[in-house]
Design a protein around this ligand. Structure first.
Ligand code: HMG
Length: 424
């Protein structure tokens, strides 16, 4: 148990202390030594003072692998996709299926536009039905008022595009939600939408006679949908039977929510990794994707056989992502991720992320439905062990082969392989 109990004040005002002092407090409380403090103070790409300005109670920065997945041909353009992720094989899997998709023309994508929806909740209504009727009748005037309040959004091509009124039956009685669709163009848009909702709330209170409670965007970005599709030749996937096996694996996800959760986890492995690498809010992306999938009650990817027996895959997913905004500027790694990717608009970024999600999903389905997921993992693990054992680039493949065929994927196996290779 921590030495600081609930009654202690050691944590009170912790946030006001400089980083060095916070480190000392944590070191004292949790027994950190000089080596631990060196980890916290190690220079990384995100300077400590910047990290301290981004979040609260910061004591250091946290490193994750920053990788790139090549081979992505999307709408005729080649991309090198930055991915930040700690899970082995995700980057390899995305690169692999992107490479196979390239053989047949790559990914073709679509994007609905950058429309985010903000919600204002109205409660304490004398008669919710009557209030909703009144708001419905005043929709035009509510819309022009919101457009005027969000007038600054016009300067970069955005603005309020629509308003809707819904009555909800809730455990606390009837309530109204007024929803605004806002074109946020190249931003993720949360701040813009939330600011606008707070500005609009008093007017809606006046019009409805109720009280505005929550004034916030929804992460279920139903009007910010990206789609991507591609065809993979049956031969590249391992033949006719492999295509059948992949279709069975997909059908399992369509039929069963337990399998679907894992299926979607695999998709989000890729999408989140690009989200992190480009400074986007991956929790918002996750929330939107899973809520969307829950409403559909189905997989967000679909697969079918083409008349030639090849496999066509498609993904449809809400993606509220931006290429401009605070976190991208503040975090040099995010700015670098954006630079490597080179997406010029949030639509372009969403199209790329959808394509990565599709590639990721098919890589997992292919592996799961054929050799099993562990074989690929084992090869990657073997590569890691071979390198750790001191194998040169020339020796690595031989060492991997030796370890896998001898079922000895460990340090001893790698050393034995090296002895054998070098004795030849
Ligand atoms: P392979 O057939 O041995 O690959 O597959 P290869 O050696 O023939 O190489 C083909 C290409 O793959 C390479 O092209 C690379 O692009 C890439 P090349 O560079 O030679 O022109 N590639 C790599 N990229 C980076 N590092 C590497 C590497 N190796 C190949 N070391 C592979 C090997 C791992 C790709 C394959 O076994 C695979 O795709 N496995 C599936 C792994 C996977 O899906 N991992 C995701 C995490 S698990 C997951 O998603 C959770 C899950 O529960 C989801 C679900 O249930 O749906 C499974």
């Amino acid at each position: 148990m921590s030495k600081a109990s609930a009654g202690d004040s050691i944590w009170s005002g912790f946030y006001k202390r400089p980083v060095g002092e916070r480190q000392k407090v944590v070191a004292g409380e949790r027994g950190l030594d000089a080596a631990d403090l060196a980890v916290l103070n190690k220079d990384g790409p995100l300077p400590l003072n910047v990290a301290d300005s981004i979040s609260e109670n910061v004591i250091g920065t946290f490193g994750l692998p920053f990788a790139v997945a090549p081979n992505f041909l999307i709408d005729g353009k080649e991309y090198v996709v930055p991915m930040v992720i700690e899970e082995p094989s995700v980057v390899a899997a995305a690169s692999h299926l992107a490479k196979l998709a390239k053989e047949t023309g790559g990914f073709k994508t679509d994007y609905s536009g950058s429309i985010m929806t903000g919600q204002i909740q109205l409660v304490k209504l004398k008669d919710a039905k009557e209030a909703a009727k009144k708001l419905e009748a005043e929709k035009e005037s509510i819309l022009s008022e919101a457009q005027e309040m969000g007038g600054h959004l016009k300067s970069f091509g955005g603005g309020v595009q629509g308003v809707a009124v819904r009555t909800l039956a809730s455990p606390r009685g009837p309530m109204i939600v007024v929803e605004f669709n806002v074109n946020v163009v190249d931003a993720m848009g949360a701040n813009m939408v939330n600011t606008l909702m707070e500005k609009m709330a008093p007017s809606l209170e006046k019009r409805s006679g109720g009280t505005a409670r929550l004034r916030i965007l929804t992460n279920l970005a139903m009007h910010r949908i990206a789609a991507s599709s591609a065809v993979w030749s049956a031969q590249s996937l391992g033949g006719e039977e492999a295509v059948e096996a992949i279709l069975d694996a997909w059908a399992f996800a369509m039929a069963d929510p337990f399998r679907r959760a894992t299926h979607h986890k695999g998709i989000m492995n890729g999408i989140d990794a690009v989200g992190i690498a480009t400074g986007n809010d991956w929790r918002a992306i996750e929330a939107g994707a899973h809520a969307y999938a829950a409403i559909k009650g189905a997989s967000i990817t679909t697969y079918s056989k083409t008349p030639d027996g090849d496999l066509e895959g498609k993904i449809v997913i809400p993606l509220a992502v931006g290429v401009v905004g605070g976190s991208m500027k503040a975090n040099p790694c995010a700015a670098l991720g954006q630079k490597i990717l080179g997406a010029k608009s949030s639509g372009e970024l969403a199209r790329i992320m959808a394509s990565v999600g599709l590639a990721q999903n098919l890589a997992a389905l292919k592996a799961l439905a054929t050799e099993g997921i562990q074989a690929g993992h084992m090869r990657l693990h073997a590569r890691h062990i071979a390198k750790m054992a001191g194998a040169s680039e020339k020796e690595v493949d031989g060492v991997i082969e030796f370890m896998i065929s001898g079922k000895q994927v460990n340090e001893a196996g790698a050393q034995a392989a090296l002895r054998q290779l070098r004795s030849k």
